[in-house]
Design a protein around this ligand. Sequence first.
Ligand code: ATP
Ligand code: MG
Length: 290
Amino acid sequence: MSSKHEPHEGPVDGPDLRAEGLRLAYDDRVVVEGLDVAIPSGRITAIVGANACGKSTLLRALARLLTPRSGAVYLDGRSVHSIPTRALAQRLGILPQTPVAPEGLTVVDLVGRGRSPHQTWWRQWSAADEQAVHEALRATAMTDLAHRAVDELSGGQRQRAWIAMAVAQGTPVMLLDEPTTYLDLAHQIDVLDLITDLNRHQGRTVVMVLHDLNQACRYADHVVAMKAGRVVGEGAPAEVVTAAMVEEVFGLRCVVGDDPVSRTPMVIPMGRHHESPDAPAAVAVPGPHG
Ligand SMILES: Nc1ncnc2c1ncn2[C@@H]1O[C@H](COP(=O)(O)OP(=O)(O)OP(=O)(O)O)[C@@H](O)[C@H]1O
Ligand SMILES: [Mg+2]
């Protein structure tokens, strides 16, 4: 059995992040409508859904990067729009889907920027900041690349540099938009294991957008499935990730099995050229010769 439901070592009174009645739009195009969501505190939540269904838009709204047309996002009972910027950045960090670093910025300087919410004119760069940067570089296996320019890295190295920045920021809430994009399979698992460590050992609340449903089932305690700007399912992976949900959300037929390693749902897609051996025989369609 997976050990992911073991008690977390983090604080019991973790952050309370929720959205109520969200309506999100770009100009006059409404992308998210009537959306309510409560993020379980001290847990890992995965948001899944088809391209363009509004996952990144929702994440950006949770991080106050986008102002709702109606409804609101609340962190610990306060509308995020009423929280001063620095205070919010100390509580909540976001890794956007396609972050862009200033030209020539080195990895260590990028990661160091994650510490800026912790600095003030009376409290400049400290040993704690140094330690946080060092730890984040080590945890993401970026130490050897620390002095390279971010814009000269490979896609996967660059992604890890941004993850290191989010780790160094040290916020109780981390919002990660497709953190495994560009990563090879081993580095995907490294990053997801790292996120699990941050959750288990530091009690961080994580919300991540993932396209890999099997990884979502393995690594998340809570899955939110979105379709066309609405939540169509939420709950434990085994409740949410079913063949019916995959068909509804992605229009994809699949078989849902049992992941032999983690004992969580494992989605095996069918597509047009494959059938499940258990499925009823397809009705034969006459070919051009009969
Ligand atoms: N800055 C923008 N201006 C206008 N429209 C946008 C903008 N960003 C996103 N959209 C539109 O909003 C809709 C939702 O986009 P969003 O990026 O939230 O989707 P997503 O679920 O994250 O998709 P993906 O899986 O491809 O990342 C899409 O139709 C997209 O074209
Ligand atoms: Mg997106």
